[in-house]
Ligand binder design. Structure first.
Ligand SMILES: *Cc1c(COP(=O)(O)O)cnc(C)c1O
Length: 216
């Protein structure tokens, strides 16, 4: 068996042990790896994959997505408005809604296609200058704008918590906020912290290096 499938199965069983009844989805983050490297997991039947750059995603996924319509592609990186049109074409989920200009353009691009994407609002939970995301204080109005004014299908919140010792605190806090907005999905947890994230109701974990190996 491919080492990638072995690692994937181990992660899946780790998750099932903690959350036996919940459907936690694993997004296999394949950024920087080429399709040959990813292919075993596609052939294994896995459906959710993630990328953080629009051009890379198109080059890698366009052809195979046409052949395998079950594949779901997630945009987990910062999205520039000028790439919105291409993003709507290749991705099924966008995890990085973080400003009004972007959502306006996404909504327009989406209307020109038959596609209905699913969206997450990225929240800058640690108020970090170097990270994107809506601040907690602006979240209510941004959420209302996305869902009421322009009617994007926002299914949950997404965070990349600060790289400090308090990850649990951020998970707990975003879980409460997600619940207060009555959102069903929550995108958090990466290779290092996904087991902690699912204890706080993560429904989509984004796992790269623990599946595909370290990125050069
Ligand atoms: C790269 C990336 C991941 C995966 O990180 P790993 O530590 O390799 O699991 C998850 N989320 C985002 C937003 C990423 O850019």
């Amino acid at each position: 068996m491919s080492i990638i499938i072995e690692r994937f199965k181990k992660i899946k069983s780790n998750i099932d042990e903690i959350r036996p009844k919940k459907k936690v989805k694993i997004i296999a983050i394949s950024k920087t790896f080429d399709l040959d490297h990813i292919k075993p997991l596609i052939d294994h039947g896995h459906e959710h994959f993630g990328e953080n750059k629009v051009q890379e995603a198109i080059a890698k996924w366009k052809e195979i997505k046409n052949l395998r319509q079950n594949l779901k592609l997630h945009m987990v990186g910062k999205l520039q408005s000028n790439k919105a049109k291409n993003a709507v074409e290749i991705f099924d989920y966008i995890h990085s809604l973080d400003n009004q200009k972007l959502v306006d353009i996404l909504s327009k691009c989406q209307k020109n296609t038959n596609k209905q994407l699913k969206y997450f609002i990225q929240v800058n939970i640690g108020n970090e200058l170097q990270k994107s995301g809506i601040s907690v204080s602006e979240l209510d109005s941004f959420y209302t704008y996305c869902t009421q004014e322009i009617k994007l299908n926002v299914i949950g919140l997404m965070i990349i918590p600060p790289n400090d010792e308090q990850t649990t605190k951020y998970f707990k806090s975003i879980e409460e906020i997600n619940n207060s907005l009555a959102l069903n999905e929550l995108s958090m947890g990466m290779s290092a912290d996904y087991l902690e994230a699912i204890k706080y109701s993560a429904t989509f974990v984004r796992i790269g290096s623990s599946i595909f190996g370290s990125r050069s």
